[in-house]
Design a protein around this ligand. Sequence first.
Ligand code: ADP
Ligand code: MG
Length: 322
Amino acid sequence: VELSNQIAAGEVIERPASVVKELVENSIDAQATQVLITVKQSGIKSIEINDNGVGIAADDVEIAFQPHTTSKISTDHDLFNVKTLGFRGEALASIASVSRLTVVTSTDGKSAVRAEFAGNTLLNKETHARSIGTTIKVEDLFFNTPARLKYVKSLHTELNKIVDIVDRLAMGHPEISFRLIHEGKDIVWTSGNSNLQQTIAGIYGRTIASHMMEFENSDEDYTIKGYFSKPDTTRSNRSYISLILNGRYIRNYQLANAVIRGYGSKLMVGRFPIAVIDIGLDPSLVDINVHPTKQEVRLTNEGHIADLISEGIKAKLSTQNL
Ligand code: ADP
Ligand code: MG
């Protein structure tokens, strides 16, 4: 069982950021309104995710860590679940198989259970106390798979990947407060008050967020809203252009280009804006089958959405004396 979990883990858990992604997505699924992520040594030493979600029932704790077990409806046709379909019910088992993992969880805020796993073996299970929610601590990631550990890049790269994941999840969920602490330092801390601009402030800082411009350009089928930096606040790469589609961070080259196009000649060559674009549409208008494991999403009428974005930004910029 352990071996097959490690093989499965090879697909899902390739680095510390994958652990953060899977665990935070579980917290979101558990209806948490607050998610605290505490990381040491870029996640190699430890990753702790603390949420105030619904918790795991004491009797279900071992089951949750078995491969292929999920409490979530498997017939769910929500297109955004398609990309994680292959990993359904595998994340906890996979993570536990390549780390030392401790879970403390409570469904009622009175009784809690604490369980310890090492390489998927349950070492200990005891009653505990905590408020409603779940804390999962992952230590010594890849301690039993030295080959995997070798693939982990520099601590700097790994931390950036973690920050990236948290940024994206936070942007897609302004209604949840995310806090990321690395080595005692706050990196991300969003308000969770549903305000996208304040969420951006928790990610890029108040100064940048407060200088961003807001736009909206919707029609019957598409709701396009967002914030973008003035042409004097730019970056040397396009990774600061974020696209949120129905609450999910996506990658789409054409739509990111549309943001840049909206600036026209106001943007210096080789410079890219900071932008967060929130796209709302009927899920049937999305085709996710292009790259199911990547975030690249194909959209019906992509050109039209791109136009709404670039026209919206262009119109807003033309009203300003910049
Ligand atoms: P999946 O998310 O695909 O169901 P996972 O292995 O990630 O599979 O999780 C297994 C199960 O453990 C989930 O279906 C859920 O019931 C439970 N679970 C995991 N994390 C949490 C959490 N933070 N809060 C509540 N339940 C959780
Ligand atoms: Mg999961």
